[in-house]
Each structure stands twice: as C-alpha cells, then as structure tokens.
Design a protein around this ligand. Sequence first.
Ligand code: AMP
Ligand code: MG
Length: 458
Amino acid sequence: MPSEPQPAPYLPDPRIETIAEWIGDPVAPAAFPRHQLRWHNRRWAAAVGLDGFDETRWVQHFGQFAPLPGNLPQPLALRYHGHQFRTYNPDLGDGRGFLFAQMRDAGGRLLDLGTKGSGQTPWSRDGDGRLTLKGAVREILATEMLEALGVDTSKTFSVVETGEELWRGDEPSPTRSAVLVRLSHGHIRIGSFQRLYALEEKAHLEALVAYCLETYPGSPPPPGAPGREEPAVILLHQVVERLADLAASWMVAGFVHGVLNTDNMNISGESFDYGPWRWLPRWDPRFTAAYFDHSGLYAFGRQPEALLWNCAQLAQALSMLVETAPLVAALDRFGPLYQQAMGRRFTARLGVESRGPEQDAALIQAAERAMVETGLAPEQFFFLHRAARNAGEDDFGTLLRLHAPTVAADDAFWRQDAPPGVLIDEVERIWAAIDQHDDWSELHAKVEAIRDLGRHLG
Ligand code: AMP
Ligand code: MG
C-alpha cells in the first residue's frame, strides 16, 4: 500500500470474479439489530473514491453490505487452509469475514475491502461469525500505529457497532459487537495456496499464481536466480522479499503480531489480522503476545523465523508446479534480505544514515544492549535518540554519532516527554472509556497523536 493515500475516483475492478468459482463461496451478511457508525477512515476512503457517502449510505455499504456499484454482486467468503502453531488445519476459511469489493487506487493498484465480524459462513464451524467491539477498537489502534511507523499494513476502513451481546472467553462477557471493514492490497494468503496443494488442484494453483503476479506486481528475481522465468518461482521470490521486509518492519516497530499462522500471511506482504497483538514494554526477544502461545513460538524475537517458516510452506505448495531447487534458492534470500531491511529500517527510524551492513548491524546490536540496560520501551528509546539527539558516551551513542543525521528533530513534537504509544495499559484505558461511558474521545485523541507521530517520522 502507498504510504500516503492519494485522492482517486472510485474505480471498481472485481478481478476476483475470474477465480471466484473455486477461491470462495458467495455468502450473505448477517442481519444486525442495530448499526451505529463508530469509525470511518476518511483518509483512506478518499484513496478509493468512497469519501462522498453520507453516514446513511456509508452504513448501507459497510454495515449492511449493500453491493457497491460495479462491484461484487455478493460477498465472497474465501477458502483456505493453514498451519496454526505448526499444525496443519484444513478446516479454516473466512469464518467471520468475506471479500466485499475491489477497486483501483490512483496508482492503478488493486485494493480489497474485506470484513471481520460480518456473520457466519460455510467456514464458521462452531463460531458465531462475529467480532467484539473491543477487537475492532484494538484493530484500529494497531493499524494506525503500524501505519505511522512505516509498516505495510492493512488499514481499518470502517467500524460499525451492531448491537448484539457476544460471549467470549478472553473478554468480560457479554461484550459488545461490531463489524469491521479493512482495506488492503489483497486477501490471498499462504493458506490459500496450501489448500489447493492439499486438494491437488494443480490447474487452480497455476491460476492463483497468475492472479497474484497480475494483481500484486513486483520485481523479477535477481539475475542468475535459477528458474527465474517460471511464474511460481517469480511469485516465491516476491513473497520472500515482502515477508523479509515485513519481519524487519515489525522488529523495528517493537511490534508483536501474536498469531503468525500461514492463514494470516498475506501474499501481498501486508501485515494484517490483528488479534492478541502487543507493543513491547521493553526490549525482550522472548516477549509473547498471545496468552495461548505457551511455547513462545511467535515471541517478538522469533517473528523473522516464523515468517521464513511460512515462506517454506508456500514453497512446499508451489513444488507441485516447479522443481524444488529454484524454490530453495528463493528461500535462501530471506536471511540476507531481512538483515538489509533491518539496517535500512532501523537507521531510518533513528533518523540517521545507513552506513552499510556491518556498521548498521553493530549499531543495532549496541541499541539492543542499550535498550535492555536502560529498560526503556522501544518507542521511548527511538524517540529520545531520533536524529542522534541525546546520544550518550556509551557504545550505542558513539556508534550513533558516526551515522550522520538525515532529518532535523528540533521542533516541539520532539521536545515532548514521551511519544504516543499503544502499550497494553493505554489500550485498556481507551477501551474502558468506551465500555463504561461510551466515551470515544480518548480513541480519537490517540489516533490524532499517532497520525502526528507518523507525519513527524515522515
Ligand atoms: P484467526 O485466529 O482470527 O486468524 O481465525 C482463525 C480461523 O477461525 C479463521 O478461519 C476464522 O475465520 C475463524 N474464526 C475466528 N473467530 C471466529 C468466529 N467468532 N466465528 C467464526 N469463525 C471464526
Ligand atoms: Mg485469520
């Protein structure tokens, strides 16, 4: 997704119809007792030409899911399988969401509107197909913060409260319900490929590769890469490039996604599907977000490894189409690409110049040590040291001064005591105001502060 939304006319283009017959199932949205608009992403609505709706019309489309003009006549619940905590599960699929519409942005890129909490589908199993309002509020905060920190993420487009009482094991219940619409570059997952591989649907697998190459354009594999003319090989290279960068972007953001299952891995490389996420309260590779992640499989420091493992599952599925050697060669690029992205993103976050792989790696190591020693939250640490402000006499300070600042960090924003953050206490405080007093002002104030942070980070 482009970093800053550019205004565009509405340009419907439901490309998914070319593969709809086997990628998903037409479904009906739930009939909710109430529709109250709670969140409306004006910036991104303008990027897809949907900013002209009044509230009534917005709710008709993003609460009741009246089809958008020239778009899908009926929502499509997507089929997929996936590895959940390394165990293969063929009983997945969009169990509480669907693909609602697709359109082009000003740059000609295809964007999807997908839902969460829009009702039951053939893939719901015992689930109610619903999303809690708290889950929706958490997704707003995660997506806004990640966007501000330069992570390629889905955007929270709309949240409508839907007036039902939900029962959940991980929230005081009954709890309020909502339907969320997310805007992203795509909704095809690694698990979408795994399903076709498991069912031996070779022709569909080929068609899905072609669909992804067409709808998520990327660069060709590097010169000399074996099999670089093969569509499946090209796709794997692109996904490896995107997920190596995504892993680095989470690490530099101090973000723990929490559930890095292959059904939550978008082929477009966008971060999405936010459940038990956390921001790090302090630098700790073992920090785990999901209370049900008992082994720490998806701990902060294991995220790059998890994404590489997921790329290998995509390679396994693609092995039905091509030989394995070129696929392994693509996977081998993950480590170096991840290191490069870390250097680039870490120095950018500090507002200093990259000095090449070795110097950047030394700086990152010294920064990690300094964060552990000071116990500062990464947000606070990066804020204090932006553009080499407050560089002390320790190893980190010395190394940091060797990297020339690339930005000025002298306006009032950088003189605040602390940057805006979304550590768990803040999230709970914002939710408590909504839950107890229906007071949405804290959420809006936080989002404003986060967007201001994003503007200052540039
Ligand atoms: P997640 O952990 O959100 O990625 O979800 C994993 C799988 O469970 C997906 O197939 C979801 O569609 C499904 N799922 C999660 N919550 C619900 C729910 N409340 N109702 C139906 N399906 C659900
Ligand atoms: Mg999911």
